[in-house]
Write a protein that binds this ligand. Structure first.
Ligand code: AMP
Ligand code: ZN
Length: 692
């Protein structure tokens, strides 16, 4: 090929985008997956060789970049509000009555849409390129998850020239039922814990730190709102016109929406989809009814919580009738014992349900659920279905109240009922159920992320006595693991064993914050763990920390401080830590990754925005170095921005920075600044003014 790399890359990008559209949106692929992968590999190779040709909208960017520690935040303007809920047609009528009271003598036209049950995203396109995707967060401030959103294949990375220079879109990202089923099938085969439902899986996926993992999950997208600039004087399109326009820009819009003239038509739409929801390859939890006219929307406005011009018509959670076969006790990582109803399998909302949670023994007693009872179960948004009610009148004469266990079903230890807690606990730290949960947690994705350490394997290892605590994991060898195969035919081959051992070895390099989280200290979730790692920097300093010192950390109150203290006081845990240390796990945070708060934070108070591509480092890496020195990195340029770091091919952000008079650093300028700050000479670092 004699084409220039630029021309070839441009050609490939366009081709790949076209094929993606054909494949994902039109479901009419022209080429095989293999051919597609080949084109992708060729483009990746060109970009590898000529990093300057790698654009933000390149399809190669979908496979995900390097993991980031946590997410940057962005303020939503306007905020991403919730919706008021209605559950029947009377309530819709009441809502409509309120509209008429606010704006008498007005004819309202409505747009009805499916309420896709996923996670909302705010998407910003600037000059036709996706520059920011953020989660709803608390509605006012959300997490920036652009790299993750880029992996959504139906999301166009570049819009046609007909799209406006700045386009803000609100959308729902979700996982198709078929994708979810395939994912769970894969997990089951690998002996991993199954995911509860597509919605929760989506929520977890969007916030994964490594976008390569996100890419594998194959999320989808449905755009439902074009946020029009408020100060636009021109006549604005109606909501229906907006949906049509978004679709024309290539954005995925679910085409089941309908314009409805009166409440009768709205009701018909709601009823129709309540019936047909099972036919969809994705879950919807209702319908959203919106006023079509932008003018009327403005006049109706919003409450603090929700717009007045829209309302959700929620479908009831799906219920079914079945029979309780048994009530078992489940022992969790902290020794908490919860009752679980084993059910006669029954189909609810498209999935077979065999178990339902009974929450705790108090709740169970209140509902008086008994073995043999006919019950109503419900599958709402909850992770596990729950028992809602009992048909007491159908009980036979032999029925008797369920007696809570006094002994642990796994280790026989006498169960203990802590004061002020509705649950029972097995306090035996060596209880196999507790150990199993502790190991599962230790190995889980956000903790030490040990590949192959799924439920089945952990169960075998703990059940067989090979592993009694997390440190034992590091004594496993390929032979020991492959031996397990003898007792349980061929579930774990040599190859899988080797992969698991390699992953264990790799996990020794995980960050201190992951290790702290993995230890499973009560109440210490991953974000608290990372704050603790940042503040104390070594396991030893964390172990030595007083309650007062602990409570200086954001998010840490008396309850967490006490729990951390108790953890390190335990001799058993001290022994565990010594053994983990001896295995070579990271007990200290790398100096570069964490800088001292205060004195060693020369970039404290400086706000950076990174744009364009940097040579030899990703933007994430650059961001991490800035943060390590106390700087802040945000996604968009404003008057509060101290520096814009502009790499190759910087676009609209550079222009904005210039307009606002924000200082612009090129790569050399950034490196100088970092080097200077690193040796605490930040004030002498040279800065560059933008060239004009
Ligand atoms: P709720 O979470 O119950 O407050 O409902 C509001 C959420 O519904 C929004 O944040 C979106 O995530 C979601 N949603 C799903 N489909 C739509 C739609 N067509 N229009 C508006 N919101 C939607
Ligand atoms: Zn036990």
């Amino acid at each position: 090929m004699t084409e220039s790399p630029e021309a070839r890359a441009a050609f490939l990008r366009e081709e790949l985008q076209r094929h993606e559209r054909l494949y994902y949106q039109d479901a009419e692929p022209e080429i095989s997956d293999r051919e597609f992968d080949r084109l992708m590999a060729e483009l990746a190779a060109i970009e590898e060789e000529h990093p300057a040709l790698r654009t933000a909208d390149s399809p190669t960017q979908r496979v995900g970049g390097e993991p980031t520690e946590g997410f940057e935040q962005v303020e939503h303007t306007p905020p991403m509000l919730s919706l008021d809920n209605t559950y029947d047609h009377d309530e819709i009528e009441e809502w409509c009555g309120r509209l008429t009271r606010l704006l008498p003598d007005t004819e309202f036209e409505f747009i009805c849409e499916l309420k896709v049950d996923g996670v909302s995203l705010s998407l910003l396109y600037e000059d036709g390129v996706l520059t920011q995707a953020a989660t709803r967060g608390n509605g006012r401030v959300g997490d920036i998850v652009t790299a993750n959103a880029r992996t959504i294949r139906t999301l166009p990375l570049r819009l046609p020239a007909s799209a406006p220079a700045r386009l803000l879109v609100r959308a729902e990202t979700y996982m198709r039922r078929s994708t979810f089923a395939a994912l769970n099938e894969e997990r089951g085969a690998a002996g991993q814990e199954l995911y509860a439902n597509p919605r929760n899986t989506t929520a977890g996926t969007v916030r994964l730190l490594d976008s390569r993992d996100v890419a594998r999950r194959r999320l989808d997208l449905a755009c439902y709102e074009w946020v029009q600039p408020a100060d636009d004087a021109e006549e604005r399109p109606s909501h229906g016109e907006c949906l049509t326009a978004l679709a024309e820009f290539g954005l995925p819009v679910n085409d089941s929406w309908r314009r409805c003239k009166g409440l009768g038509e709205v009701a018909a739409y709601c009823n129709e989809w309540r019936e047909k929801r099972g036919e969809l390859d994705f879950e919807i939890d209702g319908v959203v009814v919106k006023v079509d006219d932008p003018e009327l929307r403005d006049r109706l406005g919003a409450t603090a919580k929700a717009p007045r011009w829209a309302v959700a018509f929620k479908f009831e959670a799906e219920q079914a009738e079945t029979v309780v076969r048994a009530i078992n006790a489940q022992v969790g990582r902290t020794g908490a014992v919860t009752p679980v109803a084993e059910l006669e399998p029954v189909l609810v909302a498209g999935t077979t349900v065999k178990r339902a949670t009974l929450h705790n023994y108090e709740d169970l007693a209140r509902k008086d659920v008994r073995v043999g009872d006919a019950v109503v179960i419900e599958k709402g948004g909850d992770i596990i279905p729950k028992v809602v009610s009992v048909f007491e009148e159908r009980r036979g004469p032999e029925s008797k109240p369920f007696a809570p266990p006094t002994q642990c079903s796994v280790c026989d230890e006498t169960l203990y009922q802590p004061e002020e807690e509705a649950l029972l606990r097995c306090v035996n730290a060596a209880c196999p159920a507790v150990v199993r949960e502790a190991i599962r947690h230790f190995a889980s994705r956000n903790a030490m992320d040990i590949e192959g350490m799924g439920d089945w394997l952990v169960g075998e290892l703990v059940g067989g006595g090979l592993v009694r605590d997390p440190a034992d994991l590091y004594g496993l060898t390929v032979e020991k693991l492959a031996d397990l195969k003898k007792t349980n035919d061929a579930r774990l081959g040599e190859k899988a064993a080797a992969r698991t051992v390699a992953s264990l070895e790799e996990s020794k390099q995980r960050s201190l914050s992951r290790l702290i989280y993995a230890l499973g200290i009560r109440f210490v979730g991953d974000s608290t763990a990372s704050l603790l790692a940042r503040r104390f920097r070594t396991v030893d300093d964390l172990a030595k920390a007083s309650a007062e010192e602990l409570e200086e950390v954001d998010d840490v109150g008396a309850r967490i401080a006490e729990s951390v203290g108790a953890f390190f006081d335990s001799e058993r845990n001290q022994d565990l830590l010594e053994r983990l240390r001896a295995e070579g796990l990271r007990f200290e945070e790398e100096a570069a990754a964490v800088a001292d708060e205060g004195a060693d934070q020369p970039l404290e108070g400086k706000v950076f925005v990174l744009t364009g591509s940097l040579e030899g480092m990703t933007r994430n890496e650059a961001g991490a170095r800035i943060k390590a020195l106390g700087g802040k990195v945000t996604g968009s340029v404003s008057s509060r921005t101290t520096y814009l770091v502009a790499g190759e091919k910087a676009g609209s952000k550079l222009r904005k920075a210039e307009q606002l008079g924000v200082e612009v650093l090129d790569q050399a300028g950034l490196e100088e600044l970092l080097a200077g700050a690193g040796s605490r000479l930040a004030h002498t670092a040279s800065r560059r003014r933008p060239e004009r």
